[in-house]
Ligand binder design. Sequence first.
Ligand code: SAH
Length: 263
Amino acid sequence: MTIIPKKSLGQNFLIDQNIINKISNLTKINNKIVLEIGAGTGNLSSGILRQSPKKFFAIEKDKKLFLNLQKQFNNKITFINDDILKFDEYSLSKDKLTVFGNLPYNISTEILSKWIINLKDDNFWFDSLTLMFQKEVANRIIAKFNTSSYGRLTVLANWKLDIEKICDISPSSFSPKPKVESSLLFFKPKKYFLKLKNSKNLEIITRTFFNQRRKMIKKPFNQLFNGDKQILERLNLNLNLRPQNLKLTDYYEIAYEYEKLSC
Ligand code: SAH
């Protein structure tokens, strides 16, 4: 069957066996339940399968690729023809899943945000995530404060996850070649993080602060807290700083204070 890659579904298939092996070998999975996001033509799936996971699920939105994958792998992998953005990850297993994905780049941040925002009762459905992003997005995820890549995505991603950059991957490892460099990131759930009643509050905070990146944080602070002096004292913020100068923990504490305002 000839496959014409769909740009709209971010179809850039991994073809570099070294990279496929590197990704598949990053964690021990022989007693694990694996979930792959966007199995595509099954190149990464084959690498993962060689590591003999206990059970292997893979989601693929493209119907044609899905049917092809089913034929290719018989019953060794359980393929699901669905959209990862609409899928309930908790429905697959009681055990934690080990996740792999050469993500469709147009929705990669949406996928990661969904996983952080939708964690039920802070109960992680995964034990690790090994994910490919375009390099620019990966840089935003792992950015340090006081840099221009630091922003909403950094604050959200680092809230509940420990993140490690594994390596950069060049366009020639894919077919068709993407226009941009890629980076492989490895995520693990954090044991300790500041718990919020509603994770949407952190989204509200980061949106309000980073909407005015170049302005001092006086304005968003006053907007959210009505200039409350006691809250300012508890947070110990210098209102003349810019959003990128605040540490991660500052943002989690701001969200915590914001949450206390509503019953
Ligand atoms: N893992 C494969 C393919 C990566 S390309 C490889 O490395 O070779 C990204 C894949 O994600 C494509 O196959 C694309 O069809 C699929 N995809 C795109 N949007 C999706 C979505 N919303 N849900 C599930 N899969 C999706």
